[in-house]
Unconditional design. Sequence first.
Length: 257
Amino acid sequence: MQPEQQRQAMWSPYDEGPRSRMPIFIAVGALGLLIAGGIGLAMLANSDTPAASRTASPPPRDSNAPVPNNPGDKFGFAASRSTDPYALKLNELFKHKKVALGGRRYEMTTRRSDKKCNDAVVGDKLQKALTAGKCTQLLRASFRDASGTIIGTVGVANLKTSAAASKVISAGAGKSREEYLKALPGKDKVTKFLGTGEAFAGGWSHGHYAVMVWFQYKDGHLPKKSEVKKLNQAAFGATDATVTPALESRSLTGKRP
């Protein structure tokens, strides 16, 4: 089975068609474009004490409110905020301090929820796309790999529609390297270096959500081709171990997991 067929097969149990997960990674520095493939399903590690949020999450809507029938889109209820109306929570996306995927472990060092989405990104085009798409929240968390050499930030923006989310991703996919998720430095000795040196930034959409990432080496050096794969692997691993299952659950139910 070819790699792309394998990735699509992973999504088949949900009977909603293959995920459209082809992020374009742009080096925020001297590196060129890199096209990366999709991601598999997540596997959470044992629960740890949740990290404290640096700002409060938006207030949840009434969990007893009726949810419409599945709209039939490939992203199910997550295709639009009208069928997936409940605000995201930090504990929904980034609950566990330690997560694992495919034998690789990642530790979350900080997390944050912003109601002003533009505060969590860099670039006029990206900010305008978030505003036009009625972004109501942008949640971020930062991670380090087990070795402490690769660090990164994962972010999820809540837009009104799938089209709006796609426009946000398109705004951050240009070659100018001026539109990207703002790295969220931690207070620890490793992720405090986030946002310095060379990095890869990019993203993809999942229904009305825009998923964005920023990953780099701790020392900020310009990665070699062999190291680029490790950056991608860490970005996908941390995201699939946290954000992916939550958004897939939204696709199926239109509610929080």
